[in-house]
Design a protein around this ligand. Sequence first.
Ligand code: 3PY
Ligand code: MG
Length: 260
Amino acid sequence: MVLENHTKRRLAAGETVVGCFFRYPAGTLAEFVALGGWDFLVFDAEHGSLHPRDLEDLSRACELHAVTPIVRVTTNEPSAILRFLDAGAHGLHVPWVDTGAAADAAVRAAKYQPRGSRGLAATRSARFGVPEPIGDYVRRSNAETLVVVQVETAEGVANIEDFVTVDGVDVVFIGPTDLAHSLGHVGNPSHPDVQRAMERVTDVVTGSDKALGIFVANPTEAARWRARGARYLTTGLEPLLRGSMRDYLSSVRNAGGETT
Ligand code: 3PY
Ligand code: MG
């Protein structure tokens, strides 16, 4: 159900947006998180158990609170992408995009004609065809649907110049965990090889009309990437909760005189 996509508008205006990955099939929990004040939530169907059906409730939870619902799909396949978008996501993350052609395929799967070849029906995304003619919905959806392509392999980094020329890509997003893994430094995104690869992506994307996005684990990393020009900043529910649980337990236990 794409009405006005505030996240896309703010990015187009040169602003910075802040979002959170969420991978649980629980609409009420999504509503609670949406109330936190995020610009957008990314419902993660790549990692985790989300199905297209879950996106109906998860998107609804966001729509109640003017938060943009975005989905990360498993694969760059039009049939997989279609079902998640039809359920109500207003934007799309495609993981493992390695070439300009793959970035173009992601845009074509997300957009209707003339830019793309998304299949058309009066689904939830089209508000079931009730309030407006389907042609109006198609034009609005093409204008409002956000497309994010993820660079997270050595091949993607090598081809980064091709990504930023693709019409319809809004955000080029660095996946630090998979990129470090791909470069042979699993669990160590701080390794100089990984940092060099991220610098290359950063230089090319910030010099283009696309926004740079990244996943960060904490506010310090977010501030560093923001200073480096990233405007689409994401974290995850798990890093937030891990930190809160650790801090809570350690202060409660320390107050009780325990040492661990
Ligand atoms: C990665 O770090 O690989 C990601 O995909 C972040 O979401
Ligand atoms: Mg990844």
